[in-house]
Design a protein around this ligand. Structure first.
Ligand code: B12
Ligand code: SF4
Length: 474
């Protein structure tokens, strides 16, 4: 079959995490890898907008789309356009949002919603569609019965041998390689060596999506994949790469033994860092350049409130360990709509005190499917998913909203660029990277840019109704 896999584009403003990272469409590369015997094409609309031209030229029989919560409308648009182009095209939606809230895709132009990991049902789906067979025995599929009603199949076991996962189909996006980046590394390659997380932060969708199960590839399988990559920088997309001391030590040792010379970035919890500083040193010695650290809050109370399971002392120590090893810290922090001016000041003071070079400030957002959502869904001011980008307050703010955004955006106003200069002078960052970092801060610190998409002040308020209220577009 000719299968077109589409990553939708949802970015509509200057601000956004796009400034700090735009990794390759790894999910679609994995979906593609699960059906190798077909004619496959990936269209990443973040870098190539021409959906109509691709439909015309490739003439797909199936269009497959992935979607985070922020991307729901963009994903719906892609499927609607595919069906309008040809009623014969079979449309499939999958990924984290469709898995947690499939009802948002109960739409006339959607044929199937695939919940969970592609490897567990997508190959069977493609086979069934190709051979005009029934879909009723394929796990975790939501499909349309003869009356046009969506029916959900049982989930089936989440049995997956991570070592048997095929290599992602990076060849399908190679033409866009130079566009993908992670913080100061451009171009960049993404790798995912584990799935799921054993922790239970209340704002997080990961453990909900993986139903509390955590799995990792063996060190050997990780090395085999690294060896297929001919680029200098790899980012591990795992939510907590350093969680398994034995495995990550083995990977580092194999990298040395096999003479692999690259640079790496990763995401990490602070307690994993503090538990094994020697592991950080090992990785720094083999090229660890930056770590996205989930610091989240600057008080024990704040960390408890989100059920992070760490404390401030551990966070401080983790930052220190990274600094001692010359690793760039990309600190992720969560602000709260309930904050007063002092809370913002406390956070900015912490960032300055700890010399955190790169920062990510999000607004606490009850993302559908999370524990926080269940607790706070009655407080939501909007059901417009484009506001759920973690840059906007979707619940009431204690401060007047403009004031909230002024203080929030102001967090990005670096009081000192000294950490950047240190990185440039020590050769860990180029002048170009430094300029890019500075530009990012300049944009993210303009508070007016946050207003247009605000659920109360913004120009698109009330225009979109989704969630369980999703209506057919016709
Ligand atoms: C890389 C990443 C990013 C990247 C790229 C995002 C993107 N759109 O691709 C960047 C840095 C830009 C980013 C930004 C954001 N992200 Co992000 N990110 C991740 C991360 C760490 C890894 C995703 C990944 O590549 N995984 C590896 C691939 C292989 O797995 P996968 O994507 O799950 O795909 C599998 C299945 O889902 C399924 N599948 C997926 N699509 C499809 C389609 C079909 C048809 C089928 C059959 C199956 C299928 O099969 C795949 C293989 O098994 C996840 C955490 C996580 N563990 O998922 C968060 C995560 C996806 N991000 C999240 C969030 C909240 C955001 C932000 C809103 C804010 C923020 N704090 O970062 C922004 C907004 C992005 C936007 N587009 O608006 C949430 C999403 C929650 C949700 N309900 O949507 C996650 C889950 C983190 C969390 N803690 O909850 N993010
Ligand atoms: S540690 Fe990270 S991935 Fe794990 S539950 Fe918390 S936020 Fe989610």
């Amino acid at each position: 079959m000719r299968i077109l896999l589409v990553h939708p584009e949802c970015q509509s403003s200057l601000i956004g995490f796009r400034l700090a990272a735009m990794p390759e469409p790894l999910a679609l590369e994995m979906v593609a890898a699960s059906v190798p015997d077909h004619d496959l094409r990936i269209l990443d609309m973040r870098v190539e907008a021409d959906l109509a031209g691709t439909l015309e030229e490739f003439a797909p029989e199936m269009v497959v789309v992935t979607s985070l919560t922020t991307e729901v409308y963009a994903a719906q648009d892609v499927m609607r356009a595919a069906k309008e182009f040809s009623g014969e095209i079979f449309t499939v939606i999958g990924g984290i949002h469709a898995s947690l809230l499939p009802e948002d895709f109960f739409l006339p132009y959607v044929d199937v919603i695939s919940a969970g990991e592609a490897e567990l049902n997508f190959p069977q789906l493609v086979k069934a569609v190709e051979n005009h067979q029934p879909l009723k025995n394929i796990p975790d599929l939501i499909w349309r019965d003869s009356d046009g009603q969506f029916v959900r199949n049982d989930p089936g076991p989440m049995k997956l041998d991570m070592d048997k996962l095929p290599m992602p189909r990076r060849d399908l996006i190679e033409r866009n390689r130079d566009e993908y980046f992670w913080l100061f590394s451009k171009p960049d390659i993404s790798m995912a060596t584990g799935r799921g997380c054993p922790f239970r932060c209340n704002f997080c969708s990961v453990w909900q999506f993986y139903k509390g199960i955590t799995r990792q590839m063996s060190a050997r399988r990780v090395i085999d994949e690294i060896k297929t990559i001919d680029m200098d920088h790899i980012t591990f997309m795992d939510d907590n790469f350093l969680m398994n001391y034995r495995r990550e030590t083995a990977i580092a040792e194999m990298i040395v033994a096999e003479g692999i010379q690259k640079r790496y970035s990763m995401e990490c919890r602070t307690d994993s860092v503090v538990r094994h500083p020697d592991l950080v040193k090992k990785w720094a010695d083999i090229g660890l350049s930056s770590v996205l650290l989930g610091l989240e809050a600057v008080s024990d109370e704040g960390l408890k409130g989100i059920n992070k399971g760490t404390d401030l002392k551990t966070n401080d120590e983790a930052v220190r360990i990274m600094h001692d090893n010359g690793v760039i810290v990309w600190g992720a922090f969560i602000t709260d709509p309930d904050w007063e001016a002092d809370d913002f000041k406390r956070l900015r003071d912490y960032v300055d005190k700890m010399k955190i070079t790169q920062t990510q400030f999000t607004v606490l957002t009850p993302l559908p499917g999370t524990e926080l959502y269940r607790e706070r869904k009655n407080e939501l001011l909007t059901d417009d998913y484009t506001c759920f980008d973690a840059l906007h307050a979707v619940t009431r703010t204690r401060l007047p909203r403009e004031e909230f955004y002024k203080l929030y955006a102001g967090l990005y106003r670096q009081t000192s660029l000294e950490p950047y200069y240190e990185l440039v002078s020590s050769g860990r960052m180029t002048v170009e990277d430094c300029k890019r970092g500075k530009e990012m801060l300049d944009i993210m610190s303009q508070w007016e840019l946050y207003l247009d998409q605000d659920p109360v002040l913004g120009s698109n308020r009330g225009k979109k109704k989704v969630g369980l209220t999703a209506q057919p577009a016709e």
